[in-house]
Design a protein. Structure first.
Lengths: 390, 276
């Protein structure tokens, strides 16, 4: 099946070349960072994680969101997702690949990465995160490949794969829960020390991931002969709507606790992000952009007559995706570090090399995604609408 | 294995420089029996030992800014802590590495200040450094055991094992940890470099070690030696006759963020006293 990824028209190759060029730029700057050290980024001793770890966190969510297609299709026998569930699984593979790359580029001593395996440390959440993420990657590779191969041959997939499909459901929840625990268990980071952290991570993931899937589904329909179908896309739209409301509700809970309790340490990060603290307002425009886009997306999503127009649905999904990307891929990390343990404000902003390395990792992720989708679409096009019972 | 204990310790001692290289220790069963020992070499007979090292700092004994600088410089010189400077001579905060430094009262003990407190106390400088916690969050989160507890209470750091993930920096409630954002050797003066102590590489985290390498040779920590008389005490808090124990059990001392359950081993005397 792999050969399908290398059979494409001019525009397919042009797209791959474009992503490849972005990836190469990223690699060039990564080599610079490797030689100079992480000082090439905007990070410093007070904000010691930034854009890279933010992207990692956000993309773990995108990866986990495949479960939002797997549950309806395999547990509730919702047949309409039959054609697109593979798109979710392949998106998960690409997202986990990016997660691993973002961790790698964030490491001070990347050549020592095997130390995590050589000295397994059960009390470290990061150890568990590496275990669940690599497991999730393996499960999705296996499930995606086996089911698609069966489709191609026009036969139902082997029975044993069901075990791994069911396993992927709690496993998806685990990757984002463990990722939330990286933050939620640290004693002096008020912004992260919240019991709803994992729940909110899952809610925002189940909004952002499926929103991206809708966008991808519409693109696939436009550029290939494979149509994911109107109804499945509308069904995913409903999932996005519910998840986004849950996310906004959980964010509201954070605000209530921080401000009604009146404990300064809890309120300070929120103040820094949304109104500025001690004269520092660096992140305020960004956080309000996120807020406005979230409101806009919710208005478009909550009314069925608006959501049913695919153009508006796509617009809502793009708004929502950008909103959550700002909130989780950036604000969430910085809010944990500002103010610092001395209650001082030391702002952070990514540097150009840091941004280009980040872009390069995204390009590699989309390169993987494009090739996997090419394979999936080729199989689907050949089947030309024949439904296969899984 | 036909090595006897003595031979093994010799080899281990050569291959690990002054406690940097705890990985060697994992080859011996003694860790499971006794916990890690500071040097993986035969203990020096003159070495200082304790059940639980602790520090008492009395800032009222520091009369001038110079007194404080003596202490921070002594530490940073001893441990080859790089000194990154901007072209105009000010400290380059982007790359700054700090083992011990000063912060005003209200920054050292956030939430413990009040509106009517004397400006003198509010702005009073306090020396801050690693608290060598009983229950250190940095050790809990480290994915490779590159930061670990010694049986004498010191929180140590193995810069040869550290992968530079900086989880410990996010976990430390005291901002005590610094990361080498670039090669630190660029900012170490070759003329004043302490050849007896290793320099570090880029991409690893470092911090105060309670001068574990000096204790092994019977010397007090560099900061304590450089401090004015009666300003800093270092000793075994488990020993009822130690100075640190006498101060902590006889007068009011405060610790940074004790409510977090970390159990800091650095005690501050507020307002000064005639004791000791």
């Amino acid at each position: 099946m792999l050969e399908k990824a290398f059979e494409g028209g001019k525009s397919y190759w042009a797209w791959l070349m474009f992503l490849g060029a972005l990836a190469l730029i990223g690699v060039y700057y990564y080599i610079q960072q490797f030689q100079f050290g992480l000082g090439l980024t905007g990070l410093h001793r007070d904000v010691s994680w930034g854009l890279y770890i933010g992207q990692f966190t956000f993309l773990v969510g995108v990866a986990a969101s495949a479960v939002m297609l797997v549950i309806p299709y395999y547990l509730h026998d919702f047949k309409k997702f039959g054609k697109i569930v593979i798109l979710g699984e392949f998106l998960a593979i690409s997202a986990v690949t990016m997660c691993i790359l973002f961790i790698f580029v964030d490491m001070g001593q990347p050549m020592r990465i095997m130390n995590v395996v050589l000295h397994p440390t059960l009390n470290s959440v990061m150890f568990w995160d590496s275990v669940v993420l690599s497991g999730y990657l393996a499960i999705n590779l296996l499930v995606g490949w086996v089911t698609l191969s069966a489709d191609r041959k026009g036969v139902p997939p082997p029975k044993w794969i069901k075990f791994f499909i069911y396993l992927s459901i709690p496993w998806a929840v685990s990757i984002h829960t463990v990722t939330a625990f990286l933050y939620a268990g640290l004693p002096a980071r008020h912004f992260w020390l919240s019991a709803v952290m994992a729940a909110r991570f899952l809610a925002s993931a189940f909004a952002a991931g499926p929103a991206l899937l809708i966008i991808l589904g519409l693109i696939v329909r436009k550029v290939t002969k494979f149509d994911p179908g109107k109804e499945p896309i509308q069904a995913v739209g409903k999932i996005v709507t519910y998840a986004m409301f849950a996310n906004v509700f959980l964010l509201g809970l954070e605000f209530f606790t921080a401000f009604y309790s009146g404990i300064p340490g809890h309120a300070q990060p929120f103040k820094y992000l949304y109104v500025g603290l001690e004269g520092h307002t660096e992140l305020v425009p960004l956080m309000w952009t996120s807020t406005i886009l979230a409101v806009l997306a919710l208005v478009l999503l909550v009314f069925p007559q608006l959501r049913k127009k695919e153009g508006l649905l796509a617009f809502a999904c793009v708004s929502l995706f950008i909103s959550l990307w700002i909130d989780k891929g950036f604000g969430l990390i910085i809010g944990g570090f500002v103010p610092n343990p001395f209650e001082e404000v030391h702002p952070y902003w990514p540097t150009m090399p840091e941004a280009l390395i980040t872009l390069g990792v995204w390009a590699i992720g989309f390169l993987v995604l494009s090739m996997l989708y090419k394979i999936a679409v080729s199989v689907r096009e050949r089947m030309a609408g024949i439904e296969i019972e899984h | 294995m036909s090595l006897d204990r003595r031979q093994f310790l010799k080899i281990a001692g050569i291959s690990s420089i002054l406690g940097f290289g705890a990985s060697v220790a994992s080859a011996t069963h003694t860790i499971w029996e006794k916990g890690l020992e500071p040097p993986q070499i035969e203990p020096n007979k003159d070495g200082l030992i304790a059940k639980r090292w602790a520090m008492v700092v009395d800032m009222s004994k520091f009369k001038t800014d110079e007194d404080i600088k003596m202490v921070t410089n002594a530490c940073h010189q001893t441990h080859n802590v790089p000194d990154f400077r901007n072209p105009d001579g000010t400290v380059d905060e982007k790359f700054e590495i700090k083992w011990i430094w000063q912060e005003p009262y209200e920054r050292t003990f956030p939430g413990a200040e009040n509106q009517f407190m004397s400006e003198h106390i509010k702005g009073m400088p306090f020396l801050v450094f690693c608290n060598h916690c009983d229950n250190p969050p940095c050790v809990r989160v480290c994915p490779t055991k590159a930061t670990f507890k010694l049986s004498n209470g010191v929180t140590m750091q193995d810069e040869h094992r550290c992968i530079g993930c900086r989880f410990c920096m996010a976990a430390c409630p005291y901002g005590s940890r610094s990361f080498n954002w670039t090669d630190p050797r660029k900012a170490i003066n070759a003329a004043t470099e302490n050849k007896a102590y290793p320099t570090r590489t880029k991409g690893v985290v470092e911090k105060c070690t309670f001068c574990t390498e000096r204790l092994q040779f019977g010397k007090m920590p560099a900061c304590v030696e450089a401090a004015p008389k009666g300003a800093m005490f270092f000793g075994d808090i488990e020993d009822p006759n130690s100075e640190v124990r006498k101060i902590v059990s006889s007068q009011l001392t405060i610790r940074r963020k004790p409510e977090l359950g970390t159990g800091p081993a650095v005690y501050y005397v507020i307002g000064g006293s005639d004791h000791a």
